[in-house]
Design a protein around this ligand. Structure first.
Ligand code: 13P
Length: 285
């Protein structure tokens, strides 16, 4: 397990994993982490990695690490194939997530194990697997109904962890990707989290995807019940887009990117700072 996760688990706080696809988002996250002296994970999905470039994001993070001295982890989010994972590892990602949740339980175990074996040999210290049906995408949607069968089953979680050897596990406990137009928060099944934590919580770290739009109270309780990594994307995207629209509207004649973008960076940074405080990772760098 990564050191930052061990410390989070021992002291009951969570590390935020924030998605990016451009430099302004990275800048906002790093500035937030620096202000609050927090360890931070910067994630790129396959689509986001393809846009910013895997090599490019690695070098950008290296530059920020050197400048700030902060523990900044570069993580591949929802890698869907062996090839995508292999490429990220070869380029130098620190941490990877293989999402085999759309496969059958047996196939998910088989594919995840293959990836664990490969990644271990390459020295990767955080390999995240996924179990359960996580609905939605990182955007604004109408309502999404989570069904009881979507939730991660604790017995399966135990078998999955034992057979694959993952370091962390993304689980479904009512969480969804994205936020709903109505502003309603998803119901988080804390009892299911407690059950899962009892069987696997000592061996691995539990990960909560879909961190946008979850009630602060549920986030805090989830951390007490074993969540050590929380992924956030949509709320950052909304802050980015809304402030960009405003910045352009405020001065329609403005065409200088470095004058248009500062309020956008500031808006994203504010969301990240709020999350870091809720997750309790401030002053833990
Ligand atoms: P949100 O977009 O709901 O914050 O979820 C992000 C996520 O889980 C990335 O893996």
């Amino acid at each position: 397990m990564l050191n930052i996760f061990k410390k989070a688990q021992e002291n009951k706080y969570a590390i935020g994993a924030f998605n990016v696809s451009n430099l302004e988002q990275v800048k906002a996250i790093v500035q937030a982490a620096q202000n609050l002296q927090s360890p931070v994970i910067i994630s790129t999905s396959e689509g986001e990695s393809n846009f910013i470039g895997k090599k490019q994001i690695r070098l950008i993070i290296d530059a920020y690490k050197e400048q700030t001295g902060l523990p900044i982890i570069l993580h591949l989010d929802h890698g869907k194939s062996f090839e995508a994972i292999k490429e990220a590892i070869e380029i130098g990602y620190d941490s990877i997530h293989f999402d085999g949740s759309k496969l059958s339980f047996e196939e998910n175990i088989e594919e995840t194990k293959k990836i664990v074996d490969f990644a271990r040999e390459k020295g990767i210290k955080n390999i995240e697997g996924e179990l359960g049906y996580l609905r939605g995408g990182s955007n604004i949607h109408k309502t999404i109904e989570v069904k009881p069968e979507d939730l991660t089953n604790s017995k399966q979680a135990e078998e999955f962890v034992n057979k694959t050897g993952v370091d962390s596990l993304a689980i479904v406990i009512g969480n969804i990707h994205g936020i709903s137009k109505s502003g309603e928060s998803p119901h988080i099944f804390l009892d299911r989290l407690e059950e899962i934590n009892k069987v696997v919580g000592d061996e691995i770290g539990l990960v909560l995807h879909g961190g946008s739009g979850i009630k602060e109270e549920d986030i805090e309780k989830s951390i007490q019940l074993g969540i050590i990594k929380i992924n956030v994307n949509t709320e950052l995207r909304v802050a980015y887009t809304e402030s960009l629209k405003k910045s352009l509207q405020d001065d329609p004649d403005r065409v200088t990117p470095y004058k248009i973008m500062p309020p956008v960076v500031e808006a994203v940074q504010k969301v990240v700072e709020d999350k870091i405080k809720i997750f309790g990772s401030n002053n833990k760098s």
